[in-house]
Design a protein. Structure first.
Length: 134
């Protein structure tokens, strides 16, 4: 697999998280998956899936991705920006950081086993289009 193909898997992962698509995520995440949030909270596979689709809105953008291969292991690193709303009446928040991911080639496919994001900016409330006061 090339770095380009692994970046495509990451794009699909971000899309599936935004859509709350647990079935698509199960095709991309290892049962050994560990997710470390920007605030340090850690979730295992079961805890992560218990929250999939829980947010009222979530969109993740990735860029400046680099991928290094070490045999059947790939380490991906790059900018990570998530815009989210926990519930319909909650503010829209933006979390910006650098994420490091570990992908492992198992049973003929690449699976994500670890995700960790470190914030590079404070979490900010995002002003929504059309909500500015005049």
């Amino acid at each position: 697999m090339s770095a380009t193909e692994l970046v495509e898997l990451e794009r699909r992962r971000c899309e599936a998280i935004g859509a709350g698509d647990a079935d698509a995520l199960r095709q991309l995440l290892s049962p050994d998956y560990v997710h470390i949030h920007a605030n340090g909270r850690t979730e295992d596979y079961g805890e992560f899936f218990a929250r999939v689709g829980a947010d009222a809105f979530r969109q993740t953008e990735r860029d400046d991705l680099s991928v290094r291969f070490y045999g059947p292991v790939a380490v991906m690193r790059g900018r990570h920006v998530t815009t989210l709303r926990r519930s319909a009446d909650a503010p829209l928040l933006r979390v910006t950081g650098i994420a490091t991911q570990v992908w492992v080639h198992e049973d003929g496919r690449w699976l994500l086993v670890s995700f960790q994001v470190t914030p590079t900016e404070p979490t900010t409330e995002v002003e929504e289009a059309g909500s500015a006061q005049t």
